[in-house]
Design a protein around this ligand. Structure first.
Ligand code: ZN
Ligand code: FE
Length: 253
């Protein structure tokens, strides 16, 4: 299974899975970008996977449906009305012969789901987990987002994580402020700064790395608790309180 990024808008990636002349796209916000790639490479679009209802993830669905006979998978209870195959927690779907499990991850939006294949060791997580960050909490509560990220963090450490935005560099700029003594983080930030200078993509990431560098998966770390406790006005913040404070500090930075 070949997975490649199609850049869209200013910082979105539409992930395209390619297998024997057939293709699946994840979160096609822009139909043109997908259509051009399919035509240039003689591919037939079989499936569209949607993680959540936001327009930058769904805007191209209608037009792609008009040009290709494809299945549209997405969340069961979504404000986006183009979902045909509605998915819930633990549902399994087969994409190019590989099984993907559905994980409900509310927080960024209430309808947000992620697609996980243990066989392929890949996770399509939309706007829930980013490299060095997480999605803004637009519809859910901090506790929902915390739970959703905790679910994702129990997957295999080797899981390759395909996020939908190129936010890594700005996320890491923030991350080093809340955890300046994390050497793995500082080194990774330098590596990403170099990559982005050459305009190279920073994704996919993997779960092992994210657990080492991502402040939103590290609410248990004392250095982070120390650095947010004045902002949070709590002396001994719990992990959830720490997560909530880090999220709101980032929203306000
Ligand atoms: Zn979104
Ligand atoms: Fe988005």
């Amino acid at each position: 299974m070949n997975i490649l990024p199609l850049p869209a808008f200013t910082d979105n990636y539409i992930w395209l899975i390619e297998e024997n002349g057939k293709a699946t796209v994840v979160d096609p916000g822009d139909a043109k970008v997908v259509d051009n790639y399919l035509k240039e490479n003689g591919l037939k679009l079989e499936n569209i996977l949607i993680t959540h209802h936001h327009y930058d993830h769904t805007g191209g669905v209608e037009q792609l449906k008009e040009s290709y006979e494809c299945n549209v998978y997405g969340p069961y209870d979504s404000p986006f009305k183009g979902v045909e195959r509605k998915l819930k927690e633990n549902d399994e779907i087969t994409i190019h012969g590989c099984s993907f499990k559905i994980i409900e991850v509310p927080g960024h939006t209430l309808d947000h789901i992620a697609y996980y294949s243990a066989e392929q060791d890949v996770l399509f997580c939309g706007d829930t987990l980013f490299s060095g960050g997480c999605g803004r909490i637009f519809e859910g509560t901090p506790s929902q987002m915390f739970e959703s990220l905790s679910k994702l963090s129990t997957l295999d450490l080797t899981t390759k994580v395909y996020c939908t935005h190129e936010y890594t560099q700005s996320n890491l700029n923030f991350a080093v402020k809340v955890e300046p003594h994390n050497n793995i983080l500082v080194e990774y930030k330098n590596k990403i700064d170099e990559k982005r200078l050459k305009n190279e993509i920073s994704l996919p990431t993997n779960l092992k790395l994210e657990k080492d560098i991502n402040p939103f998966l590290r609410s248990h770390v004392l250095e982070i608790k120390e650095n947010i406790k004045d902002f949070a006005k709590i002396n001994y913040p719990t992990d959830l309180e720490t997560f909530t404070a880090v999220r709101s500090l980032k929203d306000n930075s």
